[in-house]
Write a protein that binds this ligand. Structure first.
Ligand SMILES: Nc1ncnc2c1ncn2[C@@H]1O[C@H](COP(=O)(O)OP(=O)(O)OP(=O)(O)O)[C@@H](O)[C@H]1O
Length: 340
């Protein structure tokens, strides 16, 4: 059963719809990401779930009941924003305690809960410090502690890692995922970073221009994007033009297995890592010339020209091929995705 359901949400600012028919089901304990470029409507969706803005149409259900008329403080959802919004004049302890105080929780329980959160967030010994005495990662953990202290049903994270440097971002990402699993709290993360979404999420909703283009597991989205714009969002791709006949994709590069009959298909997508570059003596009729090679330590980015078509490959650097060298390409056709 879904814990949260968004049904046909629309939101207009001035004369422009920034949410267009948003539908989403999230199960209890799931970690999902709203992934998309700047301005596509991710934060607006998050605010609608939290109750910080009202949709123009559609419904939001929590445990099968509409929450549209339920005020923010009773929705059971908390947002952690990218700039944390800690109270500068309150200590770490008082910041964490804040929501509990607002909810009129008695002092003994407040103290207990705050102590628990300090421990869970590895902030023991920091309780008497003020926010400007903390590092970026510590501030973020205080913001999380404050959000989680009130035991929300849903945790909403709006680009929480974007102000952190690369290493700290990775550490905090791991940390948040482990806390999320430990507490089994339903979490929605807003991010424009595909790697972040792929690494953290049970499911990803790709948003483009106010619409959810695809919703699925990281592997579904990466390996079977349902549209070119989704495929492109997840990194470099090769497109080969052609047509399908009798379950064969016929293209200028040759024939590939297509295990489908749709004659409307006009192109095949293959990821660069599904294209192997081998020496020219290897068996295979896809012979091409290296036109580009960029070394990146653990991989090499190649461009290969064959039959007038440029194909990209990401290969392991076991063997390096020079620009101008003849090579054989092996395309893993079982991982081709076809588009109309
Ligand atoms: N209160 C508002 N009034 C008018 N326009 C708004 C308002 N809030 C958001 N918008 C517009 O709605 C669109 C979607 O904004 P939103 O913040 O949801 O995008 P986003 O995907 O979260 O982007 P980012 O990653 O940059 O935060 C943007 O074009 C934004 O300018």
């Amino acid at each position: 059963m879904s814990q949260i359901q968004l049904k046909g949400l629309y939101k207009k600012f001035q004369d422009r719809y920034v949410l267009k028919n948003i539908n989403l089901s999230i199960k209890k304990g799931e970690f999902i990401s709203l992934l998309g470029p700047s301005g596509c409507g991710k934060t607006t969706t998050l605010k609608a779930i939290a109750g910080l803005l009202e949709p123009d149409a559609g419904d939001i259900l929590v445990n099968e009941r509409s929450v549209l008329n339920i005020p923010v403080e009773k929705r059971g959802a908390v947002i952690v924003f990218q700039d944390y919004l800690l109270f500068p004049h309150l200590t770490v302890e008082k910041n964490i305690e804040f929501g509990l105080k607002m909810a009129k929780v008695n002092k003994r329980i407040r103290r207990e809960k705050t102590g628990e959160m300090l421990h869970l967030m590895e902030l023991d010994g920091q309780q008497h410090k003020y926010p400007d005495e903390l590092s970026g990662g510590q501030k973020q953990r205080v913001a999380l502690a404050r959000a989680l202290a009130i035991e929300p049903k849903v945790l909403l994270l709006d680009e929480p890692f974007s102000n952190l440097d690369l290493r700290l971002r990775e550490t905090m990402r791991e940390f948040v995922c482990s806390i999320q699993k430990k507490l089994n709290i339903t979490t929605v993360l807003v991010t424009h970073d595909k790697d972040e979404a792929l690494m953290t999420s049970d499911k990803i909703a790709v948003m483009l221009d106010g619409e959810i283009k695809q919703y699925g597991t990281p592997t579904e989205l990466y390996q079977h994007p349902n549209a070119e714009e989704v495929a492109n969002f997840f990194g470099e791709t090769n497109y080969i033009l052609g047509e399908v006949k009798d379950e064969i994709f016929k293209s200028p590069l040759g024939n590939f297995k297509a295990t489908l009959q749709n004659t409307a298909i006009t192109k095949a997508m293959i990821r660069p890592e599904e294209v192997e570059v081998l020496s020219k003596d290897e068996e295979g009729n896809l012979k091409g010339i290296v036109t580009g090679n960029r070394y990146a330590g653990d991989r090499i980015y190649y461009t290969i020209s064959l039959k007038g078509i440029e194909i990209k490959s990401i290969s392991t650097p076991n063997k390096t091929f020079r620009i101008g060298e003849e090579v054989t390409l092996r395309i893993h056709e079982e991982n081709m995705v076809f588009y109309i």
